[in-house]
Design a protein around this ligand. Structure first.
Ligand code: GLC
Ligand code: CA
Length: 590
């Protein structure tokens, strides 16, 4: 196998901080930069090496900071530019890296470019955005915004509409305009000159729209507004723009870039992160996140049950597809999705086991792992009874729409409990004092009431906690290049409950065995002796001496290392991987 090129961002472990919910240092109920500084030692102890901050720029906060009114200013709620500079210095002092969110598909409607653009058709900033007259006395096309309603907003002053793929307060930038692109590159260079270590690029695969702006056909017939992704996801000039950005900005620095690319398939991904492409280092693709989406349009409000076989198929597809051709970014959740533990694991009886099992998956796959705040202590979804306790614009809009459509309140709330983005946005649970130690004031969104049982202080005290399991797992990954660069080989692909794979590099082999169910699985492969398989990590204490053919308990996770001269009895010499395959492939008895 060809050796993959090594890199710090491939070896790094990213921790995503949602600043308003991380730690509030001044009692106004909103997490802030000084709060992050105070908690850096928590992150250092955990072992993560790269921090990604969701937007902290000046913003009216219609979409929690993804509506930026000044790219070069810090939102006052979060602190000052001096606080931010201190944060960067403190991060670097601890030998960690800091990456920032880059939101350049759209701005806030309060950005000076947009307010100027609204002054009139001949304003020089007019063309920084996309404006069109009405068509047949209606919107210029039938696209819907991501957060309900038309993607066009009428401006009575000019009698034209402007395009917004998200809320009306988030007008889309017009990347066709070369001056706009230069301004963005300048702004990026300005941040990079300050010493940041990279960018996470918000919906970067939406920046190029088909300029004919045709009516969408990629949705349910008869609906007034249709998604339209066919004309703006991975659009006509997107690679030209990103290559230009790479040349004007990215290539000058030793940084990492990760592009958020909804709807990107493997073929698209290879164009964004392919080795010779000079575009991005890695991307967030959403095939796994869409696995329980019944309609397949990325709309979170039509869920269906998910199956492990599909879950494994998606992961395997990407593990194979990018091997030696690009690089994966592995995550099970972020600020846009419910808690992975509640969604893919178990947040009641088997919470600790399921959280550590899911962690094992994220941290033993090929690609850079992303941990979202609270995952390291097994935080769960929340279920507020009252819609007034929710803050997310998408959730609130869904509630309004569903109510207007006559749907039952309880049914709507059940969906919200399962799917709302606020599930992952409740404050970080630090200890069992009031408001989970997050704030001494009133938190901007309520704390999950389970903070007495789930908090950092408790977990740090307990040697068998989720937090300490994460520490071990992170250390294991850092020490073993095979877990970072190794080839991925799946087994038992049709098994409905077990996820099993090898990671292999230069003769070093790891076997990862995960039980995604609440059942004990009697996993016997009597035809093989696995005496040379050494169990090096397990989320069950007594499993330390157990061999592979013993029962696999609910949500168990095990990592084995093959001994130097490992042969499996029944295996032909030199082909232990294959033999293992046939061994594991034998009809499991459970
Ligand atoms: C991305 C962000 C999400 C935001 C949207 C619009 O998907 O992750 O939080 O609402 O872009 O900027
Ligand atoms: Ca604060």
């Amino acid at each position: 196998m060809q050796q993959q090129q090594t890199n710090w961002w491939k070896e790094g472990i990213v921790y995503q901080i949602y600043p308003c919910s991380f730690y509030d240092s001044n009692g106004d109920g909103i997490g802030d930069l000084q709060g992050i500084i105070q908690k850096l030692d928590h992150l250092k102890k955990l072992g993560v090496t790269i921090l990604w901050l969701n937007p902290i720029y000046k913003s009216p906060n219609v979409d929690n900071g993804y509506d930026i009114s000044d790219y070069q200013a810090i939102l006052a709620d979060y602190g000052t530019m001096a606080d931010w500079e201190q944060l960067l210095a403190e991060v670097h002092k601890r030998d960690m890296k800091l990456i920032m969110d880059l939101v350049v598909n759209h701005t806030s409607d309060q950005h000076s470019w947009f307010t100027a653009a609204c002054e009139g058709k001949d304003n020089p900033y007019r063309d920084y955005y996309t404006w069109r007259p009405a068509k047949n006395s209606k919107e210029p096309n039938n696209w819907c915004g991501h957060f309900f309603g038309s993607a066009w907003q009428y401006d009575s002053k000019s009698d034209e509409y402007y395009l917004h793929l998200f809320t009306p307060e988030q007008p889309d930038l017009n990347w066709e305009n070369p001056k706009l692109r230069q301004e963005i590159y300048q702004m990026m260079n300005w941040w990079l000159a300050k010493g940041i270590d990279g960018f996470r690029m918000d919906v970067i695969n939406m920046i190029s729209k088909d300029q004919a702006l045709p009516d969408a056909t990629d949705g349910k017939k008869g609906e007034k507004y249709i998604y339209g992704g066919q004309y703006f996801l991975n659009g006509p000039r997107v690679h030209e723009f990103i290559q230009e950005m790479n040349q004007k900005v990215l290539t000058k620095y030793d940084i990492m870039t990760v592009g958020e690319c909804p709807g990107a398939k493997l073929d698209d991904a290879l164009l964004y992160v392919g080795k010779e492409r000079n575009e991005l280092d890695m991307l967030f693709q959403f095939e796994l996140m869409d696995i329980d989406d019944a309609i397949g349009d990325g709309n979170r409000w039509n869920p269906k049950p998910w199956q492990l076989v599909d879950f494994k198929r998606v992961i395997t597809h990407w593990q194979h597809g990018l091997h030696d051709k690009g690089w994966n970014a592995n995550f099970l959740m972020n600020h846009d999705f419910p808690r992975a533990l509640s969604r893919f694991g178990n947040d009641t009886l088997f919470r600790t086991k399921a959280a550590s099992m899911l962690a094992t998956l994220t941290l033993t796959l090929a690609g850079t792992p992303y941990i979202y705040q609270g995952e390291e202590i097994g935080m769960t979804n929340v279920a507020f009874d009252d819609i007034d306790n929710y803050r997310d614009i998408d959730t609130l809009n869904f509630y309004k729409e569903a109510k207007a459509a006559g749907r039952d309140h309880n049914e709507i709330m059940q969906l919200i409990h399962k799917r709302s983005r606020d599930n992952s946005r409740t404050p970080m649970q630090w200890d069992n004092s009031e408001n989970a130690g997050f704030t001494s004031g009133t938190p901007w969104i309520k704390v999950n009431p389970n903070y007495n049982e789930i908090n950092v202080e408790l977990d740090q005290k307990h040697p068998e906690s989720i937090y300490s399991y994460y520490q071990k797992l992170i250390a294991l990954r850092k020490e073993n290049p095979a877990l970072i660069y190794g080839e991925y080989r799946p087994f038992l692909e049709e098994h409905p409950a077990l996820f099993v794979y090898l990671r292999v590099l230069n003769g070093v082999k790891f076997l990862v065995l995960l039980n995604f169910s609440e059942h004990t699985i009697d996993f016997k492969c009597p035809e093989f002796k696995y005496s040379k398989l050494k169990l090096i990590l397990s989320n069950y204490r007594s499993a330390i001496n157990e061999n592979i053919h013993h029962v696999i308990r609910p949500y168990a996770a095990r990592v084995y290392k093959f001994g130097a001269a490992c042969t499996l009895s029944g295996a032909k010499s030199g082909s232990d991987g294959k033999a293992l395959e046939s061994g594991l492939g034998a009809k499991p008895a459970w």
